[in-house]
Ligand binder design. Structure first.
Ligand SMILES: [Zn+2]
Length: 108
């Protein structure tokens, strides 16, 4: 991902409107690009200050926590998706076996 694209994703990410695939790409980029990370940190801090003007902040820690939470969420969603595929696959095998052996036992 290029920096220009990552910069365009900062606000959608903060507003929670970025799709999961793009979110994963975005996080991967900012974790490996210090200039985009700095830019993201500025916008994120401004957004938090806007939400809670009187709050006290350890922005570095809050930001790291937010990134880790997002990564965990993306990982969990992917894991659920894979498990769902496995369950559907096993269910299909069961149906096929029931059809084959069910029909086989009927013909005896
Ligand atoms: Zn960058």
């Amino acid at each position: 991902m290029k920096c220009q694209l990552a910069e365009h994703m900062i606000m959608p990410f903060i507003n929670g409107t970025l799709e999961d695939d793009k979110k994963a790409e975005f996080l991967k980029h900012i974790l490996n690009c210090s200039s985009c990370y700095d830019e993201f940190q500025i916008y994120y801090t401004l957004q938090k200050m806007d939400e809670e003007p009187d709050g006290s902040y350890d922005m570095k820690r809050i930001l790291e926590r937010a990134i880790q939470d997002e990564l965990k969420l993306i990982y969990r969603k992917r894991l659920c998706f894979i498990l769902q595929k496995v369950v559907f696959f096993l269910a299909e095998i069961c149906i096929v076996l029931v059809v084959i052996f069910g029909l086989d036992s009927c013909s005896k």
